[in-house]
Design a protein around this ligand. Structure first.
Ligand SMILES: [Zn+2]
Length: 377
Protein backbone atom coordinates (compact mmCIF):
# COMPACT_ATOMS: atom_id res chain seq x y z
CA UNK A 1 0.00 0.00 0.00
CA UNK A 2 1.28 3.50 -0.91
CA UNK A 3 4.24 1.76 -2.58
CA UNK A 4 5.83 1.04 0.81
CA UNK A 5 7.23 -2.38 1.63
CA UNK A 6 5.17 -4.73 3.78
CA UNK A 7 6.20 -7.56 6.07
CA UNK A 8 4.40 -10.90 6.32
CA UNK A 9 3.72 -11.70 9.98
CA UNK A 10 2.11 -15.10 9.66
CA UNK A 11 -0.99 -16.94 8.49
CA UNK A 12 -3.62 -17.03 11.27
CA UNK A 13 -6.45 -19.34 10.12
CA UNK A 14 -4.59 -19.65 6.81
CA UNK A 15 -5.06 -15.93 6.04
CA UNK A 16 -1.81 -14.08 5.28
CA UNK A 17 -1.31 -11.23 7.76
CA UNK A 18 0.85 -8.35 6.54
CA UNK A 19 2.12 -5.18 8.12
CA UNK A 20 2.67 -2.19 5.88
CA UNK A 21 5.66 0.03 6.66
CA UNK A 22 3.26 2.98 7.14
CA UNK A 23 1.82 1.12 10.13
CA UNK A 24 5.10 1.32 12.08
CA UNK A 25 4.64 5.09 12.18
CA UNK A 26 1.24 4.79 13.91
CA UNK A 27 2.45 2.07 16.23
CA UNK A 28 5.28 4.25 17.52
CA UNK A 29 3.00 7.29 17.69
CA UNK A 30 0.51 5.38 19.88
CA UNK A 31 3.24 3.81 22.01
CA UNK A 32 4.98 7.18 22.46
CA UNK A 33 1.75 9.00 23.41
CA UNK A 34 0.89 6.33 25.98
CA UNK A 35 4.42 6.27 27.39
CA UNK A 36 5.11 9.99 27.60
CA UNK A 37 1.75 11.52 28.42
CA UNK A 38 -1.24 9.21 28.94
CA UNK A 39 0.17 6.78 31.51
CA UNK A 40 2.28 9.33 33.44
CA UNK A 41 -0.89 11.44 33.90
CA UNK A 42 -3.16 8.50 34.83
CA UNK A 43 -0.72 6.56 37.05
CA UNK A 44 1.75 9.13 38.46
CA UNK A 45 5.01 8.51 40.32
CA UNK A 46 6.39 5.59 38.31
CA UNK A 47 9.76 5.41 36.53
CA UNK A 48 10.22 5.94 32.77
CA UNK A 49 11.01 2.25 32.25
CA UNK A 50 7.65 1.23 33.72
CA UNK A 51 5.81 3.66 31.40
CA UNK A 52 7.75 2.46 28.37
CA UNK A 53 7.04 -1.21 29.02
CA UNK A 54 3.39 -0.44 29.77
CA UNK A 55 3.12 1.73 26.63
CA UNK A 56 4.60 -0.94 24.37
CA UNK A 57 2.54 -3.79 25.86
CA UNK A 58 -0.70 -1.79 25.62
CA UNK A 59 0.06 -0.80 22.01
CA UNK A 60 0.73 -4.43 21.08
CA UNK A 61 -2.56 -5.55 22.64
CA UNK A 62 -4.38 -2.68 20.89
CA UNK A 63 -3.00 -3.69 17.49
CA UNK A 64 -3.75 -7.33 18.31
CA UNK A 65 -7.38 -6.18 18.80
CA UNK A 66 -7.28 -4.56 15.34
CA UNK A 67 -6.06 -7.83 13.85
CA UNK A 68 -8.94 -9.70 15.53
CA UNK A 69 -11.40 -7.14 14.09
CA UNK A 70 -10.06 -7.75 10.57
CA UNK A 71 -9.84 -11.52 11.00
CA UNK A 72 -13.51 -11.52 12.01
CA UNK A 73 -14.40 -9.82 8.70
CA UNK A 74 -12.19 -12.24 6.78
CA UNK A 75 -13.44 -15.41 8.47
CA UNK A 76 -17.10 -14.48 7.91
CA UNK A 77 -16.28 -13.58 4.29
CA UNK A 78 -14.58 -16.93 3.81
CA UNK A 79 -17.47 -18.80 5.43
CA UNK A 80 -19.69 -17.04 2.86
CA UNK A 81 -17.62 -18.45 0.00
CA UNK A 82 -15.35 -15.48 -0.72
CA UNK A 83 -11.61 -15.91 -0.87
CA UNK A 84 -9.51 -13.57 1.24
CA UNK A 85 -6.12 -12.74 -0.21
CA UNK A 86 -4.70 -11.04 2.90
CA UNK A 87 -5.23 -8.88 5.96
CA UNK A 88 -3.02 -5.79 5.99
CA UNK A 89 -2.38 -3.37 8.84
CA UNK A 90 -1.53 0.10 7.59
CA UNK A 91 -1.53 3.72 8.69
CA UNK A 92 -5.35 3.98 9.02
CA UNK A 93 -5.89 0.65 10.76
CA UNK A 94 -6.60 -2.68 9.12
CA UNK A 95 -8.03 -3.86 5.85
CA UNK A 96 -9.20 -7.28 4.65
CA UNK A 97 -8.46 -7.73 0.97
CA UNK A 98 -11.07 -9.87 -0.72
CA UNK A 99 -10.69 -11.30 -4.21
CA UNK A 100 -14.32 -10.59 -4.93
CA UNK A 101 -17.37 -8.71 -3.67
CA UNK A 102 -20.08 -10.45 -1.60
CA UNK A 103 -22.74 -12.01 -3.81
CA UNK A 104 -25.77 -11.15 -1.67
CA UNK A 105 -26.84 -8.37 0.72
CA UNK A 106 -27.18 -10.85 3.58
CA UNK A 107 -23.58 -11.98 3.23
CA UNK A 108 -22.31 -8.43 3.00
CA UNK A 109 -24.30 -7.50 6.11
CA UNK A 110 -22.82 -10.32 8.20
CA UNK A 111 -19.33 -9.75 6.87
CA UNK A 112 -19.44 -6.03 7.66
CA UNK A 113 -20.99 -6.53 11.09
CA UNK A 114 -18.41 -9.12 12.19
CA UNK A 115 -15.61 -6.55 12.69
CA UNK A 116 -17.40 -3.98 14.88
CA UNK A 117 -19.12 -6.81 16.79
CA UNK A 118 -15.70 -8.28 17.61
CA UNK A 119 -14.42 -4.87 18.75
CA UNK A 120 -17.49 -4.43 20.97
CA UNK A 121 -16.96 -7.88 22.52
CA UNK A 122 -13.29 -7.02 23.15
CA UNK A 123 -14.32 -3.68 24.71
CA UNK A 124 -16.70 -5.59 27.00
CA UNK A 125 -14.03 -8.11 27.96
CA UNK A 126 -11.44 -5.43 28.79
CA UNK A 127 -14.02 -3.44 30.70
CA UNK A 128 -15.11 -6.55 32.63
CA UNK A 129 -11.47 -7.34 33.40
CA UNK A 130 -10.89 -3.82 34.69
CA UNK A 131 -13.96 -4.00 36.94
CA UNK A 132 -12.80 -7.37 38.23
CA UNK A 133 -9.26 -6.08 38.79
CA UNK A 134 -10.59 -3.01 40.61
CA UNK A 135 -12.75 -5.17 42.89
CA UNK A 136 -9.72 -7.34 43.65
CA UNK A 137 -7.79 -4.22 44.61
CA UNK A 138 -5.51 -4.32 41.54
CA UNK A 139 -2.89 -1.63 40.92
CA UNK A 140 -3.46 1.33 38.61
CA UNK A 141 -0.72 -0.12 36.42
CA UNK A 142 -3.17 -2.88 35.51
CA UNK A 143 -6.45 -0.95 35.70
CA UNK A 144 -5.50 2.01 33.51
CA UNK A 145 -4.32 -0.03 30.49
CA UNK A 146 -7.40 -2.29 30.74
CA UNK A 147 -9.69 0.74 30.79
CA UNK A 148 -7.77 2.29 27.90
CA UNK A 149 -8.16 -0.92 25.84
CA UNK A 150 -11.89 -1.06 26.63
CA UNK A 151 -12.36 2.56 25.50
CA UNK A 152 -10.21 2.23 22.39
CA UNK A 153 -11.98 -0.94 21.21
CA UNK A 154 -15.36 0.63 21.91
CA UNK A 155 -14.36 3.75 19.95
CA UNK A 156 -13.09 1.58 17.11
CA UNK A 157 -16.46 -0.18 16.92
CA UNK A 158 -18.42 3.08 17.00
CA UNK A 159 -16.20 4.84 14.45
CA UNK A 160 -16.40 1.90 12.07
CA UNK A 161 -20.18 1.83 12.40
CA UNK A 162 -20.50 5.35 10.91
CA UNK A 163 -22.85 4.72 7.97
CA UNK A 164 -20.57 5.70 5.08
CA UNK A 165 -18.87 3.44 2.57
CA UNK A 166 -16.11 2.14 2.81
CA UNK A 167 -16.45 2.02 6.62
CA UNK A 168 -18.13 -1.10 8.03
CA UNK A 169 -21.26 0.92 8.81
CA UNK A 170 -21.33 2.04 5.17
CA UNK A 171 -21.18 -1.57 4.04
CA UNK A 172 -24.02 -2.38 6.43
CA UNK A 173 -25.99 0.56 4.98
CA UNK A 174 -25.23 -0.63 1.45
CA UNK A 175 -26.38 -4.18 2.23
CA UNK A 176 -29.66 -2.87 3.67
CA UNK A 177 -30.29 -0.56 0.68
CA UNK A 178 -29.31 -3.39 -1.64
CA UNK A 179 -31.79 -5.75 0.05
CA UNK A 180 -34.54 -3.10 -0.08
CA UNK A 181 -34.04 -1.98 -3.70
CA UNK A 182 -32.51 -5.11 -5.22
CA UNK A 183 -30.10 -2.77 -6.99
CA UNK A 184 -26.49 -3.12 -5.88
CA UNK A 185 -25.28 -0.20 -7.96
CA UNK A 186 -27.84 2.23 -6.56
CA UNK A 187 -27.10 0.99 -3.02
CA UNK A 188 -23.38 1.56 -3.59
CA UNK A 189 -24.10 5.02 -4.93
CA UNK A 190 -25.98 6.12 -1.80
CA UNK A 191 -23.64 4.40 0.63
CA UNK A 192 -20.62 6.00 -1.02
CA UNK A 193 -22.29 9.44 -1.12
CA UNK A 194 -22.89 9.02 2.59
CA UNK A 195 -19.18 8.08 2.91
CA UNK A 196 -18.18 11.27 1.10
CA UNK A 197 -20.45 13.30 3.38
CA UNK A 198 -19.00 11.68 6.51
CA UNK A 199 -15.47 12.28 5.21
CA UNK A 200 -16.28 15.94 4.64
CA UNK A 201 -17.84 16.21 8.10
CA UNK A 202 -14.71 14.75 9.73
CA UNK A 203 -12.60 17.30 7.87
CA UNK A 204 -14.93 20.12 9.03
CA UNK A 205 -14.75 18.96 12.67
CA UNK A 206 -10.95 18.81 12.36
CA UNK A 207 -10.74 22.31 10.91
CA UNK A 208 -12.84 23.78 13.73
CA UNK A 209 -10.83 21.79 16.26
CA UNK A 210 -7.52 23.02 14.91
CA UNK A 211 -8.81 26.61 14.81
CA UNK A 212 -9.72 26.14 18.48
CA UNK A 213 -6.17 25.01 19.22
CA UNK A 214 -6.69 21.24 19.26
CA UNK A 215 -3.95 20.12 16.87
CA UNK A 216 -4.49 16.38 17.54
CA UNK A 217 -7.50 16.65 15.26
CA UNK A 218 -5.34 17.09 12.14
CA UNK A 219 -5.34 13.31 12.11
CA UNK A 220 -9.13 13.33 11.76
CA UNK A 221 -8.86 15.53 8.67
CA UNK A 222 -6.46 13.10 7.00
CA UNK A 223 -8.82 10.25 7.89
CA UNK A 224 -11.80 12.18 6.51
CA UNK A 225 -10.01 12.89 3.26
CA UNK A 226 -9.05 9.21 2.97
CA UNK A 227 -12.63 7.98 3.58
CA UNK A 228 -14.01 10.52 1.14
CA UNK A 229 -11.68 9.55 -1.69
CA UNK A 230 -12.18 5.80 -1.09
CA UNK A 231 -15.95 6.35 -1.19
CA UNK A 232 -15.73 8.06 -4.57
CA UNK A 233 -13.48 5.29 -5.89
CA UNK A 234 -15.80 2.54 -4.63
CA UNK A 235 -18.71 3.88 -6.62
CA UNK A 236 -16.66 4.28 -9.79
CA UNK A 237 -15.42 0.71 -9.46
CA UNK A 238 -18.93 -0.61 -8.88
CA UNK A 239 -20.19 1.31 -11.88
CA UNK A 240 -17.45 -0.11 -14.09
CA UNK A 241 -18.31 -3.64 -12.97
CA UNK A 242 -21.97 -3.12 -13.68
CA UNK A 243 -21.18 -1.66 -17.11
CA UNK A 244 -19.00 -4.68 -17.86
CA UNK A 245 -21.90 -6.94 -16.90
CA UNK A 246 -24.14 -5.21 -19.45
CA UNK A 247 -21.77 -5.19 -22.40
CA UNK A 248 -21.40 -8.31 -24.59
CA UNK A 249 -17.83 -9.30 -25.49
CA UNK A 250 -18.64 -8.83 -29.19
CA UNK A 251 -18.55 -5.06 -28.50
CA UNK A 252 -14.94 -5.01 -27.37
CA UNK A 253 -13.41 -7.92 -29.29
CA UNK A 254 -10.69 -7.31 -31.85
CA UNK A 255 -12.07 -8.33 -35.21
CA UNK A 256 -11.26 -9.88 -37.52
CA UNK A 257 -9.01 -11.87 -35.19
CA UNK A 258 -5.47 -11.90 -36.47
CA UNK A 259 -4.55 -15.56 -36.83
CA UNK A 260 -1.19 -17.26 -36.84
CA UNK A 261 -0.87 -20.15 -39.35
CA UNK A 262 0.26 -23.37 -37.63
CA UNK A 263 3.25 -23.88 -39.94
CA UNK A 264 4.64 -20.36 -39.45
CA UNK A 265 8.16 -20.31 -37.98
CA UNK A 266 8.77 -18.61 -34.64
CA UNK A 267 11.22 -16.32 -36.44
CA UNK A 268 8.46 -14.95 -38.72
CA UNK A 269 5.99 -14.96 -35.83
CA UNK A 270 8.33 -12.70 -33.87
CA UNK A 271 8.83 -10.20 -36.69
CA UNK A 272 5.38 -9.94 -38.20
CA UNK A 273 3.14 -10.54 -35.17
CA UNK A 274 4.81 -9.79 -31.83
CA UNK A 275 6.86 -6.81 -32.99
CA UNK A 276 4.45 -5.32 -35.53
CA UNK A 277 1.06 -6.27 -34.04
CA UNK A 278 -0.71 -4.87 -31.01
CA UNK A 279 -1.20 -8.16 -29.14
CA UNK A 280 1.15 -10.46 -27.33
CA UNK A 281 -1.04 -13.53 -27.93
CA UNK A 282 -2.61 -14.97 -31.09
CA UNK A 283 -4.81 -17.94 -31.98
CA UNK A 284 -3.07 -20.59 -34.08
CA UNK A 285 -5.06 -22.07 -36.99
CA UNK A 286 -4.64 -25.22 -39.00
CA UNK A 287 -7.03 -26.13 -41.85
CA UNK A 288 -9.46 -23.44 -40.75
CA UNK A 289 -9.62 -24.63 -37.12
CA UNK A 290 -8.17 -22.96 -34.05
CA UNK A 291 -5.77 -25.50 -32.54
CA UNK A 292 -4.12 -23.41 -29.83
CA UNK A 293 -2.76 -20.10 -28.58
CA UNK A 294 0.75 -18.71 -29.04
CA UNK A 295 2.19 -15.93 -26.88
CA UNK A 296 5.48 -14.14 -26.38
CA UNK A 297 6.37 -16.06 -23.19
CA UNK A 298 6.02 -19.44 -24.91
CA UNK A 299 8.10 -18.23 -27.85
CA UNK A 300 10.76 -16.95 -25.45
CA UNK A 301 11.00 -20.39 -23.83
CA UNK A 302 12.59 -21.59 -27.09
CA UNK A 303 16.27 -20.60 -27.54
CA UNK A 304 16.59 -17.81 -30.10
CA UNK A 305 18.80 -19.79 -32.52
CA UNK A 306 16.08 -22.44 -32.88
CA UNK A 307 13.37 -19.94 -33.88
CA UNK A 308 13.84 -20.34 -37.69
CA UNK A 309 13.28 -24.14 -37.58
CA UNK A 310 10.52 -24.22 -34.91
CA UNK A 311 6.90 -23.87 -36.03
CA UNK A 312 4.24 -22.01 -34.10
CA UNK A 313 2.20 -25.23 -33.79
CA UNK A 314 5.05 -26.92 -31.92
CA UNK A 315 5.07 -24.39 -29.05
CA UNK A 316 1.44 -23.21 -28.99
CA UNK A 317 -0.63 -23.95 -25.91
CA UNK A 318 -3.19 -26.60 -26.90
CA UNK A 319 -5.33 -26.08 -23.85
CA UNK A 320 -8.31 -24.14 -25.18
CA UNK A 321 -10.55 -24.97 -22.25
CA UNK A 322 -11.87 -21.71 -20.86
CA UNK A 323 -10.49 -19.81 -23.85
CA UNK A 324 -13.64 -20.02 -26.00
CA UNK A 325 -16.84 -18.00 -25.53
CA UNK A 326 -19.89 -16.95 -27.52
CA UNK A 327 -20.23 -13.29 -28.63
CA UNK A 328 -23.24 -12.58 -26.39
CA UNK A 329 -21.70 -13.32 -22.97
CA UNK A 330 -20.82 -10.26 -20.88
CA UNK A 331 -17.37 -8.77 -20.55
CA UNK A 332 -17.61 -9.25 -16.77
CA UNK A 333 -18.14 -12.99 -17.18
CA UNK A 334 -14.81 -13.44 -18.99
CA UNK A 335 -12.70 -11.15 -16.75
CA UNK A 336 -11.35 -13.96 -14.58
CA UNK A 337 -10.03 -15.76 -17.67
CA UNK A 338 -7.98 -12.72 -18.63
CA UNK A 339 -6.15 -12.58 -15.32
CA UNK A 340 -2.48 -13.51 -15.24
CA UNK A 341 -2.14 -17.28 -14.98
CA UNK A 342 -5.31 -17.97 -17.00
CA UNK A 343 -5.54 -18.49 -20.78
CA UNK A 344 -4.94 -14.73 -21.23
CA UNK A 345 -7.25 -14.40 -24.20
CA UNK A 346 -10.81 -15.38 -25.03
CA UNK A 347 -11.61 -16.62 -28.52
CA UNK A 348 -15.04 -15.50 -29.59
CA UNK A 349 -16.66 -18.28 -31.60
CA UNK A 350 -19.96 -17.97 -33.43
CA UNK A 351 -21.50 -20.85 -35.43
CA UNK A 352 -18.25 -22.75 -35.24
CA UNK A 353 -16.10 -20.02 -36.75
CA UNK A 354 -13.79 -17.54 -35.07
CA UNK A 355 -15.51 -14.15 -34.87
CA UNK A 356 -12.86 -12.28 -32.90
CA UNK A 357 -10.53 -12.33 -29.92
CA UNK A 358 -10.65 -10.53 -26.55
CA UNK A 359 -7.42 -9.88 -24.66
CA UNK A 360 -6.51 -7.96 -21.52
CA UNK A 361 -5.62 -4.92 -23.57
CA UNK A 362 -9.11 -4.84 -25.15
CA UNK A 363 -10.69 -4.82 -21.67
CA UNK A 364 -8.30 -2.18 -20.33
CA UNK A 365 -8.97 0.07 -23.33
CA UNK A 366 -12.73 -0.33 -22.76
CA UNK A 367 -12.50 0.43 -19.02
CA UNK A 368 -10.51 3.58 -19.81
CA UNK A 369 -13.21 4.65 -22.25
CA UNK A 370 -15.88 4.21 -19.55
CA UNK A 371 -13.78 6.23 -17.09
CA UNK A 372 -13.55 9.07 -19.61
CA UNK A 373 -17.18 9.13 -20.62
CA UNK A 374 -18.79 8.92 -17.17
CA UNK A 375 -17.17 10.86 -14.36
CA UNK A 376 -18.61 10.35 -10.87
CA UNK A 377 -21.68 12.51 -10.38
ZN1 LIG B 1 -13.99 -3.31 10.01
Amino acid sequence: MFGLPSVRLGRPFGIPLEIDASWLFVFFLVAATLTTSYFPAAVPDEGPLVYTVLGLLTSIVFFGSLVLHELAHSLVARAGGLSVSRVTLFVFGGVSQLDDEPSSPGREFLMALAGPATSLVLAGLFWGASVFAAAAGGSGLLLVPLEYLAVINGSLAIFNLLPGFPLDGGRILRSILWALTGDQLKATKWASRSGQAIGTMLIAVAVFGVLGGNFDLVWLAVMGWFISSLAAGAYRQQMTRSRLADVPISTIMSTPAVLAPADLSLEEMGHTYFLAGRHTRYPVVQDGHVIGLIDVERANDVPREQWPMTTVAEVASRNLEGAVATPTVSVESVLSRLEPGGPGAVLVVEDGRLAGIVTRSDVIRFIMDIARERPLS
